[in-house]
Structure formats: C-alpha cells, structure tokens
Design a protein around this ligand. Structure first.
Ligand SMILES: Cc1cc2nc3c(=O)[nH]c(=O)nc-3n(C[C@H](O)[C@H](O)[C@H](O)COP(=O)(O)OP(=O)(O)OC[C@H]3O[C@@H](n4cnc5c(N)ncnc54)[C@H](O)[C@@H]3O)c2cc1C
Length: 417
C-alpha cells in the first residue's frame, strides 16, 4: 500500500521529544530533532526517575487552598515561593487553585490515568532492542509515612489510586525496617505498590534513546527554534538561529519553553513552572531496595547508577530566578532524619523546571489542521508519560485512530477559556 512519508521537525529533545522522534522514525518518516542544548538536559535530566504509574493525584488536591498559608510561611513544608515572583505568578495561580476541589481533582486523575497506567510497558516498548532498555528497572514503590495514622490521613489520595486498581500492601513498625533496612526508626508505615518501575539514570536513558534514533536514521540539529511560517494555514517553515527549515509537520515538545513558542503560534497557554530540586548522595553506604516517596517533605528517594537521588519539592519562581537554598535544605534535613545510618562521599544539587498547566494535564494533539502537534505540559509525570505521548503523537501523524480519548489533552482547550 502507498505510504506517505513526511518531513517532520521536532522542537525540544527532552523525554517527550526524543520519544516522539523515535516512534516517528520507526514509522518511516524523515525526522529531525532540534534543541539548542544536548538531548535530555532540560527537566528530563534531573528528575526522580520514577515511572510513576500511581501519580494520579494532582497537586491541586481538595483542601490545598487551606494549607497554602502554612506551607508558604514555613521552610519545613515542601511548597516554596520566590515572593518577588508572586505578581507574575498570580493569574496562573488563581486558575491552578480553581481546580483544587473534588471535581477538578477527579478530572485530573481521570485524565492522567490513560497516559500513566501502562507506562512501564510503554517505556519497555520504546526502548526494546536499544541499549536504553538497560536503564529500566522493575521495582516496587513505597510511600513512607511517619505513622500508620499519617497513612490513614492520606485516605483521599489512596481512594483515587484504589479506584484505578492500585492497592498497597501496608507494612507497620518493625516490618518496615525488615523490608527496607536503610530506613531509620522514624518511618513506621510503608504503603507498597508492587509491579512498578524506575529509570536508573534519566540522562543516560534519554541519551541511549537519542543514540538509537540517530542510529535508526534520525537527525539532530543543535539550534534554538524562534518562529514558524505557514502557507494556506499549514506549517511550512521553521525559523531558527541557524536559518530556516521546511517541513510537512511540526511537533512542539519544548517543556516549559513551549509557552513562548505557542505564543508565536497565536496561543497564550497558561504554562507555569513548578521548580523542583534534587540532591544526589554519591557512593552511599546504604540505599533503599526500591524507590520511595518520603511523604514528609514530598520528595522521592531513588536508587540510581550514580548514587541515591532524592528529588522533589515544589517552588514557584519562574525560569529566570536562580535556585533557592530552602528546598535542598529541607531534602537534606529529611534524609538525615529518615536515613540516619547512611554515610556518603559527596553530594550534587540540581534544580529543574516542571512544565505545569492549571488542570494538571498535558497538551497532546494537533492545533486544528495546521500540521502542528503539541506534546508538553506534563508537570510531575513527564518522564513517566513521555513514551506514550510520543507514541500517541506518532499515531496521530500516521492517521491512526487513538485508542484513548484525547479530548482532555486538547491543545486548544485554553483558547476557549
Ligand atoms: C525534581 C523533579 C523530579 C521529577 N521527578 C519525576 C519523576 O520521577 N517521574 C516523572 O515522570 N517525572 C518527573 N518529573 C517531571 C519531568 O522531569 C518532566 O515532566 C519532564 O522531564 C518534561 O519533559 P519534556 O520533554 O516535556 O521537557 P524537557 O525535558 O524540559 O525538554 C524540553 C527541551 O526543549 C528544549 N528547548 C527549549 N527551548 C527551545 C527552542 N527554542 N528550540 C528548540 N528546543 C528548545 C530544551 O533545551 C529542552 O531540552 C520531575 C521533575 C523535577 C523537576
């Protein structure tokens, strides 16, 4: 049968761009990935590496608004704000908080489930036959609580997970340290989900996927995309700092940097960054057997190839202001508290930009019939959902009927609001 081959430009080489590039290449298209930096060096670089199939509860849980004053006035809670950024943040924050209710949280969970629930399988399918598969680990995932009663207080989140078929095994008291000897006595309850997975080194993994893309015939141009030209309302040319490039289709996967590029396309997308931090403990004397969420501090601890990565917290501060000391201090304090026997040689710190929308859902789909597709806005779960996002976009370009309802991710939904 006759098959159309398109010239496709992909803007941004994080997990979403590289996954999309690899799938499109496998469908036989002429694919070029563009990024001013090397692949996998944006938000995809320093995340917690969790294939977070269970991350169905948005930050905008009902009740968030009540907790915000306490969160913002304390350096001991996982939400931080650069106060001078508040005037810029305010309009987005109002939209974001308007989702912090039963209806908004349910819509977010229902929208997230189809792109998260089979993520381990999606990662394995993307990486199959490449060296990237060596970076995928099968694991369980534990939520670490100070007490069983703290677990019970988290009933709202667990009810959502349970509704999506995720039931934990609960370990209490000594059983916690028997299962995870690295944990000190401060953790008395562990809620464990079996059948999960994580990435042993997110940068190594994305780089291996990228190498596979190049080996399979794809191209990479190190350049910043600046603007877009249309002919008969369809994408024709991409303007970059290294000249212009013609294409038949364009995929925008530039994470937080997608916002100004969407502006060039005529859409003012409410995209804001939830900044997050990591501390990697190098050569630790002991590590947990499986990744865990430290619920006090809201950061994950993930055993990785280069040490124990402790990553999380949320800080509002935009992309221009430098890192703050509060979030890493909090991570370090909690690690010392809950892994009291761990020694290590050195540590490394990092800050990255989660690209977040008010409704906690990404923008996946085509802008009208322009030939421009979007794959960004995955907030806390971009690593998890990247391979599926890439496969969905590749399928749309191929003209396949998606097997999930894509309307919650419609890239033009904010045009209507
Ligand atoms: C601390 C922390 C922990 C996290 N933990 C997890 C986790 O455990 N699991 C999970 O699923 N998610 C996690 N996340 C979220 C996840 O990292 C992001 O959602 C994901 O990396 C976003 O990927 P992306 O490909 O959309 O964007 P990015 O990785 O940011 O890539 C965007 C790319 O676009 C490029 N770009 C920018 N401007 C241009 C331009 N003009 N032209 C061309 N290219 C451009 C950038 O250089 C960059 O390479 C975490 C995030 C943080 C900060």
């Amino acid at each position: 049968m006759f098959k159309l081959t398109y010239r496709i430009l992909i803007v941004g080489a994080g997990i979403n761009g590289v996954s999309t590039a690899l799938w499109l290449n496998r469908f036989g298209h002429d694919v070029t990935l563009m990024d001013p930096h090397l692949p996998g060096t944006g938000a995809s670089f320093g995340n917690a590496g969790l294939i977070a199939q269970w991350a169905l509860v948005p930050v905008t849980e009902p009740g968030l608004i009540r907790k915000i004053p306490k969160y913002l006035l304390s350096q001991d809670t996982p939400l931080f704000l650069k106060w001078r950024y508040l005037p810029t943040l305010a309009p987005w924050l109002v939209k974001f908080l308007s989702h912090a209710n039963e209806t908004g949280a349910k819509a977010a969970s229902d929208g997230l489930a189809p792109i998260l629930s089979d993520a381990v399988e999606q990662h394995k399918a993307l990486a199959a036959g490449t060296s990237a598969q060596d970076w995928i680990a099968d694991s369980a995932f534990g939520y670490a609580y100070k007490t069983y009663s703290d677990f019970q207080h988290d009933a709202y989140g667990w009810a959502i997970k349970q509704a999506h078929g995720l039931s934990p095994e609960i370990l209490s008291n000594d059983a916690v340290q028997e299962a995870e000897p690295a944990l000190g006595p401060g953790i008395k309850c562990l809620a464990v989900l079996k059948g999960q997975g994580h990435i042993l080194n997110p940068h190594g993994y994305i780089n291996a996927l990228y190498q596979a893309f190049i080996k399979e015939g794809g191209r990479f141009i190190q350049t910043a995309v600046q603007d877009f030209l249309f002919e008969n309302k369809r994408i024709k040319t991409v303007v970059t700092d290294q000249g212009t490039f013609d294409c038949d289709k364009l995929v925008l996967t530039a994470g937080i940097w997608s916002k100004p590029l969407m502006g060039k396309l005529g859409l003012n997308v409410p995209l804001e960054t939830e900044r997050g931090y990591h501390v990697v403990y190098k050569n630790p004397s002991l590590v947990p057997k499986h990744p865990m969420m430290m619920t006090v501090g809201k950061f994950a601890v993930t055993p990785m190839s280069d040490g124990l990565r402790c990553a999380g917290t949320v800080e509002f501060g935009g992309i221009k202001l430098g890192p703050s000391s509060g979030p890493v201090k909090l991570i370090r304090k909690r690690v010392a508290q809950y892994f009291p026997h761990m020694t290590y040689e050195d540590t490394e710190e990092w800050m990255g930009f989660r690209p977040s929308t008010p409704d906690s859902l990404p923008l996946i789909g085509e802008l009208g019939s322009t030939g421009v597709f979007t794959g960004f806005g995955h907030q806390h779960v971009g690593l998890t959902a990247g391979p599926k996002t890439g496969r969905l976009i590749a399928g749309l370009i191929e003209g396949q009927l998606p097997n999930i309802d894509l309307s919650p991710y419609a890239p033009e939904r904010y045009r209507r609001s």
